[in-house]
Design a protein around this ligand. Sequence first.
Ligand SMILES: [Zn+2]
Length: 260
Amino acid sequence: MNYATAVHETVAALRAIREQWAELLLAIETPPADVWPPRQLAHTLRADDEQLVVEDRAPLVLREHPAPLNVDALDAGLAIERQVFALADTLAAAVQHAGHGDPRRWDFQHPGAADARGAAGSRAHGLHFACVWVEGRVLDEDTEPEQQLDGTLAVPPFDPLPPHLLHEARRTARLAEGRLLRALGLDQRTTPIPDRPCPWCGGELTLYTAPDEAPRVTCSTGEDCTAPVPLDDDGQRVWGWADLVGLVGALEAAEQRVAV
Ligand SMILES: [Zn+2]
């Protein structure tokens, strides 16, 4: 693999982790999700006041979890934090010259520190910060000598990342991303939607998800299904991204008719 591709893949994985992290934190605080509706619709379906600002949250490894509602999601979150924090430690040990007090510095843990936040070092800033910091190293940011007030050149805050550490970063970031997507059910999978037949024909609905594409749902009946959506290459009615919210509404309406 060439260097530029490895950089690109690592940055993409780190950004995917940051983008989905709020979903994982919410998943920990809610019972394991049903197959339906798909998590990708969560942003659309969730009320605004439930939005979660990731940067304000203490890292999971520093919090107590008396009664998480979704233990699998918590386990995944803890594992991802440990992997990314350990990666930042490894990179900092190899390439960091930024001095104490420099906001660009990654601080290691100090078990002997007076308070918990000091003991955590940069871990206290959370996973989002750690991902941004690692991304900066992968992109070789702040690796030029900087001019000081007296005109002399100071050692740059960081050395460029050597290839073996870039590959270590890529491996770790992709593992962490995969774990996150699996925990959220956003990895590649095909899932029958239980107890919710097609509102138009009673056929079986199937949800298809994959990391880099929008989810879609098909009806097993074929072209005889009267749902107002196109047919896919297999001749099945298919709800693409734009039609999914409509399907959510139709299924809810069908459930209410049954309940009445
Ligand atoms: Zn149907």
